[in-house]
Structure formats: structure tokens, C-alpha cells
Design a protein. Structure first.
Lengths: 680, 86
């Protein structure tokens, strides 16, 4: 193993300095570390603002007094490093190297030392004396960080002064230290970041090659290091300064050490990590500790999936325990009574009007409205899971699972949105860069059971299977997700053979849910559902009713029945009569229409309600097959239109339609025949 | 450390910041700092997941998916070692 080597130019620290009557102090720091606050605090009204020469970047300069001594203060642009990645970084480093301030104050955020010490790692390697001002100590304390300033100072080898710039705390002490350093009353022994010895050899070779050619004021070792690091500006400067054959030799060394591009920055992060381990104590218990403990299970590749399945089962259990009695109450006490009231009120009205209101509107829309409690519980459950931070974990474990199946890493995000609605899920595939991966995701997104589909299944499962409804719904949701994976694997094998791309998620901390956020979410989604019931579903219920009474007023001879009987042969494979087949087909416009259609054709407003009618009409085998078909059936019209829009042609929308139709019919038929063979 | 992070990313898996921190024996804040560093260098990109899509979503303004989490992706055209300036 190679010995580490210090990065920097400590040997030049005692180099020549410009003599000034008034000391020049530069204030450096990353953005959002409180630099402007400290600058304003120190200079007050004694400041002026202009632009850096040739740039539109603001230059702020001012003066301040301490112990009757004047100081000039320059506020350098906020920069993350001193590599010429941006004009701000170039200005900051050129100022320090060319103007050679007497001292640099590096303002770092105590609440985010990992990020803000990177600039210190670069500044400490320059010859200018450095003092670190540790700002936002109050925020760090609030977040539970304990920073041992003495240890941090010893680890850095330069003075460290804790301050809270917003409250002017520690500023006097900071100026005291600045003065001590300027008066050479404090000895600086900076501890510099290190790089590997094989790169040290390269560094020396480059130094030898560029020695005598580097224009002032660039220190030789710093310039060599920046070349090794791949700094574009320094590379250009050195190439212009060197004779071609020498540049070629330098270039050869650089080419042989391509990995140094990362190794130099890596050395700085190692340096930061070592310093923080020594000087910072993080909160050992509390929210972070709890999150880590829960995540050991919640994000485990296998256990995480089991937990996800249990959570999903729990959502169904709560839905049926709380929602089904409410749904039943609405069905009997509200819809039925409303139908009775309407029938009585319209007794003198024409028969068609009574039929339209009672069977068409109340039977159709009323049936859909009865599963409002189920929907509200779904919305609240998923809102709660999202708000406490669980959904990110669920997405994470699902993604790992999908990776095993060969799906693209970015695909899970839009897919997870599909639990709310498939439309944003399909639109969400825009985040996927690769076209083939995006296409696969678009095509499988409608397999994710959306809230509408889940609510229809939940309503029908409750009607058909009563106390087994939780188990049936849970099984169907898992079946839909399994179909998603199977389809994904197949389509992936056909369409996408690209390289998988790494994906990194930041997990939010688990926290107590915000009841207002959840309530607002539930309210908005409920309003959206009621609007849908009052428009699309109402219009469709009326249309279905009209088709069910025309031409002769009898359901069996109606246009709806004729159409139903035309498509019934396909439905028969799954055990459906024409009514179930038509109900399934009408769900194409909106998933809830399946219930609305059943409500119209069964006269849901009559005694016992739709649930009772369904239970007495169909065998468990037919019911299970119908639920399976509903869960896997083609997407709604809105989703299909979005698929066409996102995939760019109807071809892919039709591919999705064919895929889902084929799976829905074949799996439901299989379910029906298996259930029948078991005597259901 | 940055090299080890890139090596992990180059394996093409989905990772959480917290798991990466455990693997690299550091803190999640350090992993985030390094990811931001790689982002500035153009090797990693953040995923603006909600930006365009949520703007068109009727529930966008009330969605519980707040800006609490960030997502990064290793750019497909980036290998673990960046290219030198010409």
C-alpha cells in the first residue's frame, strides 16, 4: 500500500507577501453559509458594491475596525471549491493567488461540515494564512451535533472560531484571532489532505516538467496538483506556457494517471471524514436512530418486500373493517331511501322519467357514491404512509425487486405514482432517459392498480366475499403487481437491453404525520372523485340506462343486452353473463363505470342494494374471475390517451391494450376454471 | 472515498444514501456532499421527478410528496473516471 502524500504547497506558505498599510482580509465560503450576513455585520455602511472586472458577478468590499486597527474586507463569491468549474470559483482563487490577501476567513456551516469543509481543504493548501469561522453553531446544536472546536482546530491545524453570524455571537473572538494570526502571535500548522504515493510520483514528474514555465503568481506545486485534478483553466494556461514537446510529456503523465482526476478530490473527502470522525459527535438516539433501526427491516431486500405486502394487506383490512359497514349503510340508508323517495315523488310522472331518475341516476351514480368511504380510507391510508416517510422505503424495496427482474432503475418512480392514478404514472416516465426503458415503463404502468380500480375491486370484493374481502383484495393487488413484473421482464427482454444505471435515493426521516397535509389530500381527492361522479359517471349512467330501456322498455331485449350478448361468448370463457361482460367493457371510460353499469342493470336502488343482488346472482368462481378481470383489464380512456401522447403513436397504445386485454382474459379464465374445479 | 462511491454507482444498482454511507463507513451527509460534488462535475444528475409532471397534475399543489427527498442518477454516458480537458 502506498504512503499518502500531503496535497498542497506548505513550503510556499512563508513566501513573499505584498506589504500593505491596511491588512486585506478575504471572506470565503460556500453559498448559504452566512457569508453576506457576516460581511454586513463587520462592514456595516462602510462597504461598496461593484462588479468583478470583466464579469457580471457582484464584488463587495468594505472596511472595519478592530482594536483601533483598520482592515479591508473582500467578500469573495460563494464557491464550493477552487477548481475552475464556474466563474465564481475562478474569481475566488485568482483573487487569493494574485492579490495575496493577508488572511482568508473561511466561513463554514457547522450544520453541514461535510460539504463546507471541502473548500477549506482547498484553501488550507494555499500559502495565505487561514482562519475558519464555524458559523450556524446554533443550527448544529439544534440538530443534535456536538462539535469539539478544540479537536477540530487541532485536526485542521488552523484556528477555528465558533460564531453565530445572525446574532453577532463570536464575532469579537473571530476578529481577535484574525489579529493574532496577522501579528504572527499564533503559529499555523495546517494538516493537509493527502493523495496516494503513485500520484505523488506523478505530481513530482509534472512539477519537474513545468518548473520555470508557470507564470506568477501560480505556485508550482499547486499548479501541478490542479493539472493532475484536471482543472480546465490551469490545463489551458500550462499548455500555452509550455513548449509543445514539454506539454506532450506532461500530457503523457496525465494520461497515465487519469484516475487522479477523482483521486485528488477523493483525498480531500477522506481528509474531511477523518476530521469529522475526530471532532463531531452525532445524535446517537432519537429520530435518526429510530429511522436507521426501522430501515434495517423496511429496506431489507426480502423483509422489506414482506413488510410492504403486510402494509398493503393492512390497508385493505382497515378499508374493509371501517369502510365496508359505512358503504353498506350508505347503500341501504341513503341510496335505497333516496330511490324510494324519488319513486314516490315521481309517481305521477312519466314512467321513463321515473326509470331514468331511479334506475339510471340513483342506481348508477348512487352505487358509485356508496364506495366513497372506501376511497376516503384509501386516500387517507396512502397519504399517511407517504407522510410518515414509508412510501420512499416501499419504492426502494420494490425497485430492488424490479432490478432482480431486469427492469430499469428509474422506472419504479412513475410506477409508484400509479397507485394514485395511472395518468401521472405514464406522464412520469419522462424522467427516464432511455427511450426503450421509458417505453417499457409506459406499457406496464397501467398494471399498477390505481385508486379507482382498487376501490371498484374493494367494493365488489366486499359484496361477493364479505369476510374474506381483505384476503381477496390483497391477493388481487399482489396478482396485478406480479403481472406488472412478468410483463416488464418480457417487454424488457424484447425492447430494452441497455446498461442499468445507478440510482441513489435520499430517504426522508420517519416522522409524525401532519394531519393537515393528509386531511387536505383526502379532501382534494374526494372532491375530484365527487366531481367525476357528478359528470362522467352521471352521463355514462344515463347513457347505459337509455341503452337498457330502448327500444322496447325491457332489459333483455334492449340495445345494451343485444350488445352484451354479442360479446358474451368471450365473457363466457371467464364465466360471465352478458351483464358482467358489459360492465367490464364500460369500465374503459372510467373504472367506476363497472359498478355504475351493474347498478343500472341490476336496479341497485331496489331492496338489498347492489351488493346483495350480486351475492345472490353469481357463484364465487364467477365473482373471483370478474374481480381478476377488473383488476387486470385495459386502462381507462384517459390513461390510453396519455400512453398515445407519451409514446408518440397509437401503435404503442394499442400494444398496451392488446397486452392487458390478453392477460386479463387469459388469467381470469384460468382463475374461473380453477375455482370451478375446486367446487366454488 | 469519492472513488469508492463511484465504484458503487458503477455497479448500476439502486441504493439509498444511508446504505451508501454504511458501505463507505461515513455519514449520509458526507455521501450527499460527494453526490453534489459529482453533480457539479456532471457525472451524476439529480432527477427532477416532480417538476414537469406535477405541474400538469391537478393534485400537484396538495400532493404529500413534498420536496423532502432527492434522487440522483449516474449519467449513462459517464464512466467512473471523468475525462480530462483537451
Amino acid at each position: 500500500m502506498s504512503e499518502p502524500y500531503p496535497i498542497g504547497i506548505a513550503n510556499l506558505r512563508e513566501g513573499t507577501k505584498l506589504k500593505r498599510e491596511i491588512p486585506l482580509v478575504a471572506l470565503a465560503g460556500q453559498p448559504n453559509t452566512g457569508k453576506s450576513t457576516l460581511f454586513n455585520l463587520l462592514t456595516g455602511l462602510n462597504q461598496h458594491v461593484g462588479n468583478w472586472p470583466g464579469k457580471t458577478i457582484e464584488r463587495r468590499e468594505g472596511t472595519f475596525q478592530h482594536n483601533s486597527r483598520s482592515f479591508r474586507l473582500i467578500d469573495l463569491p460563494g464557491t464550493y471549491s477552487l477548481t475552475a468549474n464556474s466563474p465564481e470559483e475562478l474569481i475566488a482563487r485568482e483573487f487569493i493567488l494574485r492579490e495575496q490577501p493577508d488572511l482568508v476567513i473561511a466561513l463554514v456551516s457547522a450544520a453541514n461540515l461535510e460539504r463546507s469543509l471541502y473548500l477549506v481543504a482547498e484553501l488550507i493548501s494555499l500559502p495565505t494564512p487561514l482562519v475558519v469561522a464555524l458559523n450556524m453553531m446554533d443550527v448544529a446544536e439544534l440538530e443534535g451535533y456536538r462539535i469539539d472546536v478544540e479537536l477540530l482546530q487541532a485536526a485542521l491545524g488552523v484556528p477555528v472560531v465558533p460564531v453565530v453570524a445572525t446574532r453577532a455571537q463570536g464575532v469579537r473572538e473571530l476578529l481577535q484571532v484574525v489579529e493574532q494570526v496577522l501579528n504572527k502571535e499564533r503559529v499555523l500548522m495546517p494538516r493537509l489532505p493527502e493523495i496516494r504515493a503513485d500520484h505523488r510520483q506523478a505530481l513530482k514528474e509534472i512539477q519537474n516538467l513545468i518548473h520555470g514555465y508557470i507564470p506568477a503568481p501560480y505556485p508550482l506545486e499547486w499548479a501541478a496538483l490542479k493539472l493532475l485534478e484536471g482543472d480546465a483553466e490551469l490545463t489551458r494556461l500550462v499548455r500555452e506556457s509550455l513548449p509543445p514537446e514539454r506539454w506532450e510529456a506532461v500530457h503523457e503523465v496525465l494520461r497515465a494517471h487519469d484516475d487522479a482526476l477523482m483521486a485528488v478530490a477523493s483525498g480531500r473527502y477522506e481528509w474531511i471524514n477523518r476530521i469529522l470522525r475526530a471532532a463531531v459527535t452525532r445524535p446517537p438516539i432519537g429520530q435518526i436512530g429510530l429511522t436507521e433501526r426501522i430501515d434495517r427491516f423496511a429496506t431489507h431486500p426480502i423483509l422489506g418486500l414482506v413488510i410492504l405486502a403486510l402494509v398493503l394487506g393492512g390497508v385493505f383490512w382497515v378499508t374493509f373493517t371501517l369502510g365496508s359497514p359505512l358503504q353498506e349503510w350508505l347503500e341501504i340508508q341513503v341510496v335505497e331511501r333516496l330511490a324510494e323517495f324519488a319513486a314516490t315523488s315521481l309517481a305521477a310522472a312519466p314512467t321513463w322519467l321515473q326509470g331514468l331518475v331511479v334506475d339510471g341516476i340513483i342506481g348508477g351514480v348512487g352505487s358509485v357514491i356508496t364506495f366513497l368511504p372506501i376511497l376516503v380510507i384509501f386516500f387517507a391510508a396512502f397519504g399517511l404512509l407517504e407522510d410518515i416517510g414509508y412510501m420512499a422505503r416501499a419504492a426502494y424495496v420494490m425497485d430492488n425487486f424490479m432490478h432482480l427482474m431486469g427492469l430499469h432503475g428509474k422506472s419504479f418512480l412513475p410506477l409508484f405514482l400509479g397507485f394514485g392514478c395511472n395518468v401521472p404514472a405514464v406522464m412520469g416516465t419522462r424522467v427516464i432517459d432511455s427511450w426503450s426503458a421509458r417505453l417499457v415503463t409506459i406499457l406496464i404502468a397501467p398494471f399498477v392498480p390505481c385508486t379507482a380500480r382498487m376501490a371498484v375491486v374493494a367494493f365488489l370484493a366486499g359484496a361477493f366475499f364479505e369476510r374474506y374481502a381483505t384476503l381477496v383484495s390483497w391477493g388481487l393487488a399482489l396478482l396485478a403487481l406480479s403481472m406488472l413484473v412478468v410483463s416488464g421482464v418480457l417487454l424488457n427482454a424484447l425492447l430494452f437491453r441497455g446498461k442499468r444505471s445507478a440510482f441513489i435515493m435520499e430517504m426522508p426521516l420517519y416522522h409524525i404525520p401532519n394531519s393537515r397535509t393528509i386531511a387536505l389530500l383526502v379532501w382534494q381527492r374526494t372532491v375530484a372523485f365527487v366531481k367525476k361522479a357528478g359528470t362522467v359517471i352521471l352521463a355514462f349512467s344515463v347513457l347505459v340506462w337509455v341503452l337498457s330501456v330502448l327500444p322496447g322498455g325491457e332489459l333483455e331485449g334492449s340495445f345494451l343486452a343485444r350488445f352484451g350478448k354479442l360479446v358474451e361468448p368471450v365473457g363466457r370463457w371467464m364465466g360471465f353473463d352478458w351483464r358482467l361482460t358489459v360492465a367490464l367493457l364500460t369500465s374503459f371510460l372510467a373504472k367506476e363505470n363497472a359498478v355504475a353499469t351493474l347498478g343500472v342493470v341490476f336496479g341497485a336502488a331496489e331492496e338489498g342494494g347492489l351488493s346483495q343482488m350480486l351475492l345472490t346472482t353469481y357463484s364465487p368462481a364467477v365473482a373471483l374471475a370478474f374481480l381478476t378481470a377488473t383488476m387486470l383489464f385495459i386502462p381507462c380512456a384517459a390513461t390510453l390517451a396519455v400512453i398515445k401522447q407519451e409514446a408518440g403513436s397509437w401503435r404503442w397504445a394499442l400494444v398496451n391494450l392488446a397486452l392487458m386485454l390478453a392477460l386479463s382474459v387469459s388469467v381470469s379464465s384460468l382463475v374461473y376454471w380453477l375455482a370451478r374445479s375446486w367446487g366454488w | 472515498m469519492l472513488e469508492r462511491l463511484l465504484a458503487e454507482l458503477d455497479r448500476g444498482q439502486t441504493l439509498s444514501v444511508e446504505k451508501l454511507a454504511l458501505q463507505l463507513e461515513t455519514t449520509p451527509a458526507m455521501v450527499k456532499a460527494m453526490l453534489e460534488h459529482l453533480e457539479r462535475q456532471g457525472q451524476v444528475a439529480t432527477v427532477d421527478f416532480c417538476q414537469e409532471m406535477c405541474a400538469e397534475c391537478p393534485l400537484g399543489s396538495i400532493c404529500a410528496r413534498e420536496k423532502r427527498q432527492r434522487l440522483w442518477q449516474l449519467k449513462l454516458d459517464c464512466v467512473a473516471v471523468a475525462s480530462r480537458p483537451a
